[in-house]
Design a binder for this molecule. Structure first.
Ligand code: FAD
Length: 443
């Protein structure tokens, strides 16, 4: 398979193949602040961790839409980066904390409103990530054969909603639009032999695979290279090394195409599926920070069997009562305090947009926890009113026929997944169906 990875503005990848059960366990007797967190991903767990550490009297409940915790650590981070997933151990410790409870299978905004959570808790922290994706806004993007990276990643990572995606990977060429980390994950996963999907580091080291960049893209790079910031310099040097050490006998290849933007998805002659992509060739104008990619009148058509648009995730509003900045696709906030709604906070991707790694999300969540603690200490949050917390929400959910999954019940799902993975030498075989998860959780 051949693969082309395209950076939209400036530059395309191209692949060629020749609690424990702590739910309501008497925590209402703790008289300190009751906080709930919406979303059981890194932002939710890091915010909870910090609050629990800083205040010995705080109780934190985490509400999660799925029966399983950990957000994109489970459903985004690539399967060949197992070490990144180790943060799950820290999150598990937090979930096991005496004053923390996990309530899975609760779709906030649908099963329970933010207003109801605000009534029940002193503070509500929105940490529900970025579950939408940006559209390219070009003709043909809804044709079969065109996928968003979000859905494609969800498919190979076992998100229940994406289990039926079935992308046809028998084609010769895949085009990935975008050149961010997610685009590289997708490229590496497509190119990797199945038995390599564990310890693999870099696409450049893939067996039987060569980097097929355009030499002209690297001409006269020497001068520019020395002034680049260190991380970008190292990346560029890695690309040049891959180019110099290319294995002409390799059956698979990948390449970056710089300075290209998608203009139109080209349909096959029967009009029924994507068969190529038309790209505008861009030129760079300006210099330094103000450099911009501007389309020329040159177009380039690339034939391919699959197109994956990896141009970014985006947060979506989950409750009409919560302010939402549709242009930036974030909850508008000041260092984590949601604008104009007292007692409402946010952390992670829904706070600052879908960029940055888990460490960035951690720092950002600690910042939110810090301002929330400040508001408790300064009296900005009124802690004198007793709040019912999880008990009130559990009663509401019960009347609505919503049954929750506790952390102990998630651990049953976890044990079953690990048991199913063992005979295949895999860390786990993920359950793909929410009904199956629930059956095991509640068994
Ligand atoms: P999420 O992880 O998305 O968590 C949000 C949680 O909220 C989810 O569990 C979701 O189910 C839940 N939720 C959503 N809506 C609701 C609702 N209505 N009610 C209740 N719960 C809800 N970082 C690294 O450091 N290393 C990597 O290798 C890496 N690889 C990545 C690969 C991909 C494909 C992606 C997309 C990201 C990757 N990241 C990586 C970045 C990292 O995953 C993010 O920084 C981090 O997950 C953001 O955390 P979050 O909690 O804001 O969002």
């Amino acid at each position: 398979m051949k693969m082309m990875i395209n950076s939209i503005q400036k530059s395309v990848i191209r692949i060629h193949t020749l609690s424990r059960a702590s739910v309501c366990r008497g925590l209402s007797s703790v008289s300190g602040p009751k906080v709930c967190v919406v979303g059981g991903g890194p932002a939710g767990f890091y915010t909870a961790q910090q609050l629990l550490k800083a205040r010995q009297d705080a109780v934190v409940d985490i509400y999660e839409r799925l029966p399983v915790p950990f957000g994109l650590v489970r459903f985004g981070v690539a399967p060949d980066h197992p070490e990144v997933k180790n943060v799950i151990n820290t999150f598990t410790q937090t979930a096991h904390h005496d004053r923390c409870s996990f309530h899975g299978n609760v779709n906030v905004g649908k099963d329970v409103s933010i207003e109801e959570l605000r009534q029940a808790y002193h503070a509500v922290v929105l940490s529900y990530g970025a579950e939408g994706n940006r559209s390219m806004g070009i003709l043909g993007e809804n044709l079969p054969g065109v996928f968003s990276a979000k859905d494609f990643v969800g498919w190979y990572n076992g998100i229940p909603a994406n289990k039926e995606l079935c992308p046809d990977l028998s084609c010769e060429t895949a085009v990935i639009l975008g050149q961010g980390n997610v685009a590289l994950d997708v490229a590496r996963i497509i190119l990797s032999p199945l038995d390599m999907l564990k310890e693999l580091r870099e696409m450049v080291n893939l067996p039987n695979t060569r980097a097929d960049m355009l030499l002209s893209d690297f001409e006269d790079i020497g001068e520019t290279l020395k002034d680049l910031p260190r991380p970008r310099k190292r990346l560029t040097e890695l690309l040049i090394k891959a180019l110099n050490e290319r294995n002409d006998k390799a059956e698979k290849s990948w390449s970056f195409r710089f300075c290209r933007s998608p203009v139109e998805v080209l349909a096959a002659s029967d009009g029924k599926r994507a068969a190529g992509i038309r790209l505008a060739v861009n030129k760079l104008e300006g210099s330094g920070e103000s450099v911009r990619a501007v389309p020329t009148d040159k177009l380039e058509d690339v034939n391919c069997g699959i197109i994956i648009s990896s141009i970014g995730y985006k947060s979506i509003p989950i409750d009409p009562a919560v302010p939402f900045d549709h242009r930036r696709a974030v909850v508008p906030n000041d260092t984590g305090r949601v604008q104009d709604v007292s007692g409402l906070y946010c952390s992670g991707w829904v706070k600052r947009g879908p960029t940055g790694v888990i460490a960035t999300t951690m720092n950002d969540s600690f910042d939110t926890a810090r301002v929330l603690l400040q508001d408790m200490d300064t009296g900005k949050l009124d802690l004198s009113i007793k709040k019912p917390g999880a008990q009130a929400i559990a009663a509401l959910l019960q009347t609505r026929g919503v049954r929750t999954v506790s952390f102990t019940q998630w651990e049953k799902i976890n044990a079953e997944e690990e048991r199913r993975g063992k005979p295949h030498g895999k860390p786990r075989e993920k359950l793909l169906d929410v009904e199956d998860m629930l059956k095991i959780a509640w068994s």
